[in-house]
Design a protein around this ligand. Structure first.
Ligand SMILES: Nc1ncnc2c1ncn2[C@@H]1O[C@H](COP(=O)(O)OP(=O)(O)OP(=O)(O)O)[C@@H](O)[C@H]1O
Ligand SMILES: [Mg+2]
Length: 480
């Protein structure tokens, strides 16, 4: 690699000069130092790609130069030169992170070969770095990947509003990345050095949620043995992320409304009014407008929360993101688990694109992670790795235990237990189960289900009637 920045540390003038000549002749950018101290000084001034240092030096020795280099810039590679007979010291240097060593006397060509190897490593590293940066600039923000235009819109929006203090309402199906967005908003706000406090509103019954959010005084209720600060107080000057906000009870809704209006509240069982400076970010999978229309969610609270709305589309509506995220997860998992896997076979890609991912990005992540952990360690992930089984009786290899194509998540044993029938009967059985599972997941919405299934509403309705699936039977047929 031309232009590699090299620092050469050697106290013998002749050696130094001939090495500088040889290296410069190849086109490297060489800086020379005549002692260890001088070398360390140079390393502190500039980040070199490579430091070549003699081990025996007056003043600071080569090992000290090595340590100083790695301390200042861990990515800088170091090659040590050692005298014949003191190879052990050189091996010791490798333990401190030296790239390689060369034994004196040596041919210039030997040195050049090592430098060439360093050049390749540095070039590769730069390439990766560049790639990562372009990916990060172009397609991601705060770890949120997305190339789909709607997703780009989401990212632009959160970049724009992160720095403001506006309340944000994040809407999206399970696993679409709502929490990830909340994190990105907090991290990119002026509040980032203060806490981001998260509360899952669905996890707690009403009274506990109230105490959790606002805290309580000693003796406020049975079991309140001492005073406790709530999440609002803990989030002071930072961000409070209220997950599954659609689940909060009317009583808590009223209290929340008051905090939003007045930025004040009292602990449960307390009289002191507490002021807080908290930025609120909320998320829900529910259609909050519908909740309002049906009287389950206060309209005034909805408007307070819905200042900036961020809607994350489900993964099936942004197919171009599937492979981007899959490749990213594959790389991370493959490196972490020390595997060879680098990509997906064409068939595996097709499978990923064909699948509807009811569990969205979380499901995709799990699927890829599992295929890395359990699949065979080859260069490309195959359909059978994604599937977890060798082949699926219905789809010939679509992911089974989570995909809904085989709605029961058949294990090998269950599969063997299944009664042997004609293929047509088996297909019908599957079709029925699959429609039921899709309808369940979309909360009975025939419109959504028919889109996922790729059927007209009429065709879906007919199938439901034929299989005696109740959820859709009572709905009027309003479309042909
Ligand atoms: N666009 C994305 N790029 C990269 N990773 C993503 C993206 N979206 C989601 N993820 C990852 O998917 C997983 C699920 O995301 P997250 O927990 O934020 O979803 P969620 O919407 O909060 O889900 P739930 O409603 O079930 O709580 C996380 O591991 C997250 O890092
Ligand atoms: Mg979540």
């Amino acid at each position: 690699m031309k232009g590699l920045a090299i620092l050469l540390v050697d106290d013998e003038p002749l050696m130094r000069l001939s090495m500088v000549d040889a290296l410069e002749a190849v086109g490297y950018d060489v800086h020379a130092a005549a002692s260890g101290t001088e070398g360390i000084e140079a390393v502190r001034q500039k980040a070199f790609d490579l430091v070549i240092t003699d081990l025996r030096l007056p003043g600071a020795d080569g090992l000290t130069v090595l340590k100083a280099t790695k301390e200042k810039s861990p990515q800088t590679e170091v090659v040590v030169i050692t005298a014949h007979g003191s190879v052990e010291t050189a091996v010791g240097a490798m333990k401190f992170g030296a790239f390689d060593y060369i034994t004196k006397p040596f041919q210039m060509d030997e040195l050049l070969l090592i430098v060439e190897r360093v050049g390749r490593v540095v070039a590769l590293r730069r390439e990766n770095q560049d790639l990562k940066e372009t990916l990060e600039d172009k397609f991601s923000f705060g770890g949120i990947l997305g190339t789909n235009s709607q997703m780009r819109g989401v990212l632009d929006k959160i970049k724009l509003v992160a720095g403001t203090d506006s309340t944000i309402l994040i809407l999206g199906e399970s696993g679409t990345g709502k929490e990830l967005v909340a994190n990105a908003i907090h991290q990119n706000s002026a509040r980032s050095q203060y806490p981001l406090i998260k509360v899952s509103c669905a996890a707690l019954p009403e009274t506990l949620l109230e105490a959790e959010l606002f805290g309580h005084e000693k003796g406020a209720f049975t079991g309140a043995l001492r005073q406790r600060r709530g999440r609002f107080e803990l989030a002071h000057r930072g961000t409070l992320f209220l997950d599954e906000i659609g689940e909060i009870s009317p009583v808590v809704q009223v209290k929340l409304l008051r905090v939003l209006q007045e930025r004040k509240f009292e602990r449960v069982g307390g009289n002191d009014t507490i002021d807080v400076d908290v930025r609120l970010v909320c998320a829900t999978q529910k259609d909050l407008r519908k909740e309002v229309a049906q009287g389950r969610f206060r309209e005034d609270l909805f408007y307070r929360l819905n200042v900036v709305q961020v809607v994350i589309p489900p993964l099936r509506k942004r197919q171009e993101d599937i492979l981007v995220i899959a490749e990213h997860v594959l790389q991370v998992c493959s490196t972490r688990m020390n595997k060879k896997l680098k990509g997906f076979s064409p068939a595996a890609r097709e499978l990923l694109l064909r699948y509807s991912f009811p569990g969205n990005v979380r499901e995709l992540e799990n699927m890829v992670e599992r295929s890395v952990a359990l699949g065979r360690d080859r260069e490309a992930v195959q359909p059978s790795d994604l599937c977890g089984y060798q082949s699926c009786p219905f789809t010939g290899g679509v992911p089974q235990d989570s995909c809904g194509f085989c709605s029961e998540g058949l294990t090998g044993q269950k599969r063997a237990e299944r009664p042997m029938t004609s293929l047509a009967a088996a297909r019908e059985e599957f079709e029925k189960d699959y429609i039921v599972s899709v309808l369940e997941r979309v909360e009975g919405s025939r419109t959504t289900a028919s889109k996922i299934l790729g059927l007209s509403r009429k065709a879906l309705w007919e199938k439901c009637k034929r299989y005696g699936i109740p959820s859709a039977k009572d709905e009027p047929e309003d479309e042909t």
